[in-house]
Design a protein around this ligand. Structure first.
Ligand code: SOE
Length: 381
């Protein structure tokens, strides 16, 4: 049966523009979806580069002004993959125009911005999703299933890190294309909104609400040349961010994100310790889930390393044959597939804008706690 076309208008053509475009192309090839995504238009300020991007990924047309993209009647879904300072304005305008909206993480640069976005989405009643892609790693979906089945008993500890090392050089400029993540006026914050937000979103999904945090941030390099002004300017972002905290379920939280962990490129790790089981996972080995079950027979008790590649593992029957791995880009493919299936059924698919705002509340609390050196509520308004 012919699928209903769903016309995509993408804003932004950077790293995330590529992951999203690939996902829209691949999802209907591997999953049975109620819609056929059609790459209608990509929007970016530089027309030449937008045209090159469109030709490479198969977009039918380009726009250089996101307002014109939203005004187009042949666009059903606005996908926001542009820098963080553009998320709110575009999402609010797209919602008002009745478009379906997908937005890169973090939702807003602040929770106040995120709240405005959620209000607009709710007023318009349009389908929405935030691209916290790691929720779609098969090993972590399996972990979520094991938690929901109650295999861990009472949860005592949740700890998570995101370690990178790409900003250690003091010669690296800040700001501008490619380096806007180093400029807080564009990004909102440094690693707190960029990396720690992934740890937090995952924790909210797996282990429930974080009620309060006590945080510390550090900016190791205080001045950098700004790409746009050419001048050496004060650095506005946090280079490292860590916190201890409490979850609503009584477990304790230990989180850390940094871009100064020499040797680590994207080491997203998490570990959860319960009364009857523990599990741990890391992004560098994303197809494995380490699992310890205390209820195993004593003589055989130990950590299992489960290779998440079999047909009965989440998403895996849609890919190759048992034993063959998938990777990072597939998390975005899964996100498109889950979203379109949910939209077809008239349901919400998490992480919604409400979930994105819940994460923004925690990142705001982390920054506030670090600034004031006080324990801070992470539950938001
Ligand atoms: C930063 O280097 C970054 O690209 C983040 O912006 C992404 O969200 C993360 O998934 C990988 O690292």
């Amino acid at each position: 049966m012919a699928k209903k076309p769903l016309n995509i208008g993408l804003v932004g053509y950077g790293f995330m523009g590529r992951t999203h475009s690939n996902a829209f192309l691949q999802a209907p090839r591997f999953f049975d979806l109620p819609y056929q995504p059609v790459l209608k238009a990509v929007c970016a300020r530089n027309p030449e580069r937008a045209r090159t991007f469109a030709a490479n990924w198969g977009y039918e047309s380009i726009e250089t002004d996101w307002r014109a993209l939203i005004a187009r009647e042949d666009i059903d879904l606005i996908d926001i993959a542009s820098p963080n300072d553009t998320h709110a304005e575009i999402a609010i305008a797209a919602a008002k125009a009745g478009k379906t909206v997908m937005c890169e993480k973090p939702l807003g640069r602040t929770a106040a911005e995120g709240k405005g976005m959620l209000d607009a989405i709710e007023a318009a009643g349009v389908p929405n999703m935030v691209w916290y892609n790691y929720r779609r790693v098969p090993a972590l979906v399996l972990l979520k299933q094991l938690l929901d089945e109650g295999r861990f008993g009472r949860i005592f500890h949740y700890r998570s890190q995101f370690l990178q090392d790409w900003t250690i050089s003091s010669d690296l400029p800040q700001g501008g294309e490619g380096l806007w993540r180093l400029d807080a006026s564009v990004a909102g914050s440094g690693v707190t909104g960029d990396l720690l937000a992934h740890n937090i979103d995952m924790a909210l999904w797996l282990n429930g609400k974080i009620t309060e945090v006590s945080a510390m941030t550090e900016t190791f390099i205080k001045e950098r040349k700004h790409t746009l002004t050419g001048k050496v300017e004060a650095v506005s972002i946090d280079d490292a961010s860590s916190f201890i905290g409490r979850f609503e379920n009584g477990s304790t939280a230990l989180f850390e994100a940094t871009r100064y962990a020499r040797g680590h490129k994207a080491l997203f790790t998490l570990e959860i310790n319960g009364e009857t089981a523990s599990a741990r996972w890391d992004l560098h080995d994303l197809h494995r889930l380490e699992f310890f079950d205390y209820r195993d027979e004593g003589r055989l008790r130990g950590w299992k390393s489960i290779h998440i590649t079999d047909g009965d593992h989440p998403y895996m029957k849609n890919w190759w044959v048992p034993g063959l791995q998938i990777g990072y880009e597939h998390t975005f493919v899964h996100q498109v597939a889950d979203f379109l299936i949910a939209v077809g059924e008239g349901k919400a698919a998490a992480p919604t804008f409400a979930d994105g705002l819940a994460c923004d509340y925690v990142t705001d609390a982390v920054l506030h706690s670090a600034r004031t050196r006080q324990w801070t509520s992470a539950l938001g308004a």
